[in-house]
Ligand binder design. Structure first.
Ligand code: ATP
Length: 231
């Protein structure tokens, strides 16, 4: 779901970052295209020339280069080591994924995100220095389960595996009640950061403000507490 209000969460992220995505499979292309759409400078690379040409013609990246990421020299020449974030999006080629992650970490890239296709793959990636390991299939499955059970959650920004900031529709039970009356910190252990109508948010909302159906709230808390909200 694309919401204008999502900008609120997007704006929390650091500006002026340069990204490289290594591996332009389905996952890599999605990361590349989304970063590019968000206005970031992103370099896409793959060993497969066809995928590189496709990334450029589909405007998924600002730049795209064909290279073999297991070769440190090729990464250096392409300027990958100067990026502040590199995403290693090679899930199915274990050896290539591990060597690539090792290459970029050894060369001093500050933040490396790597895609794992299994538990053991994830462990190996951490061992060679990956700062963040993602399991897209597993995470997509969990997210689907949460969406089905909590349709009121519009967007989720994971702070860490236990805590999130979520954008939610004001539930029926909160209609015409003030934040002071609801005492969400006491009853649910969550805090409301902002309330808005999807266009404009009021940050640190007045506790005397009445909520109403159709408004959205940005809530911070641990996932278990967020799950207890009547959404
Ligand atoms: P998914 O759709 O889940 O991302 P996929 O099958 O499309 O999976 P993978 O098999 O994980 O993707 O590979 C991602 C990309 O990584 C492929 O396009 C592949 O060409 C590329 N790749 C594999 N080895 C290298 C390498 N040594 N250097 C650069 N790119 C590589």
């Amino acid at each position: 779901m694309e919401l204008k209000s999502l900008k609120f969460l997007t704006n929390l992220r650091r500006e002026n970052r340069q990204f490289a995505v290594i591996g332009l499979g389905r996952f890599g292309r999605a990361v590349c295209g989304s970063l590019h759409k968000l206005g970031y400078e992103v370099l896409g690379t793959d060993i497969d020339e066809k995928l590189v040409t496709q990334a450029l013609s589909q405007r998924l990246a600002s730049h795209a280069i064909q290279l073999d990421s297991t070769e440190p020299e090729a990464l250096k020449e392409a300027g990958i080591y100067e990026m502040d974030t590199v995403i290693v999006a090679i899930g199915n080629y274990l050896q290539e994924s591990i060597i690539t992650t090792l290459n970029v970490k050894e060369a001093g890239v500050e933040y490396v995100v790597a895609k794992a296709s299994s538990e053991i793959h994830g462990k190996l990636l951490r061992r060679v220095g990956a700062d963040h390991v993602v399991f897209p299939e597993h995470e997509a499955g969990c997210a689907l389960a949460e969406t089905i059970t909590k349709p009121g959650i519009l967007e989720r920004f994971e702070l860490d595996p236990e805590n999130s900031i979520v954008e939610v529709l004001v539930p029926e039970d909160f209609h015409h009640k003030t934040l002071a009356e609801l005492e969400l910190r006491n009853s649910y252990g969550v805090s409301v950061l902002a309330v808005g109508d999807g266009e404009k948010f009021s940050i640190n909302p007045d506790p005397r403000q009445k909520l109403s159906k159709g408004l959205v709230m940005v809530v911070i808390g641990c996932n278990k507490d967020i799950q207890r909200l009547p959404l």
